[in-house]
Unconditional design. Structure first.
Length: 171
């Protein structure tokens, strides 16, 4: 009887150790979401409404990523500005965005842009950067026709799903 209890206890301990060993494998990546930039090509660029809308995208994306189980890494606005050589620089230079993410312990960095070529529509654009590889591994685009906040929310949700799919396939 004692050997039977010992075998059961041994099996339970082994199973627990096995589970603990796989927690790192199942852990979600740490993602840094940089401030979105506004690229407004209309005749009235940078109106307060667009600046406010652009600033609202980062917190929405962070919330959606949190809901999906990702850990969000905060990067200060000062650090982001110091890493950038101007508007569009981090968006166009994934290696620099990766180095910034690395300084703050992120596995991935998201660099976003609200691109507004017209009063009738705009694009949410996001680059997914692998910090270790210092490389762009995903580009996401979502067209928003109209100005309702609900449409922006849907775009952020869609981009979050695409990011999750990319990261799942990258494993």
């Amino acid at each position: 009887m004692n050997s039977n209890k010992f075998a059961k206890l041994h099996s339970i301990i082994f199973a627990l150790l096995l589970c603990l060993g796989f927690t790192d494998v199942a852990a979600k990546p740490r993602i840094a979401v940089l401030d979105f930039e506004l690229k407004d090509l209309t005749l009235l660029p940078r109106i307060p409404t667009e600046i406010t809308r652009t600033a609202s995208i980062k917190p929405m994306l962070e919330n959606e990523l949190k809901k999906s189980g990702y850990e969000i890494v905060s990067i200060t606005q000062d650090a982001q500005q110091q890493a950038s050589a101007g508007i569009g620089y981090l968006f166009d230079h994934p290696d620099v965005a990766a180095q910034l993410g690395h300084k703050f312990g992120a596995d991935y960095a998201l660099v976003g842009r609200l691109h507004k070529p017209s009063f009738l529509f705009f694009y949410l654009m996001v680059h997914l950067v692998d910090v270790k590889k210092e490389a762009l591994i995903g580009e996401y685009l979502y067209e928003v026709k109209g100005s309702e906040q609900e449409l922006v929310t849907r775009g952020v949700e869609d981009i979050t799903e695409k990011i999750t799919k990319t990261l799942r396939e990258a494993k």
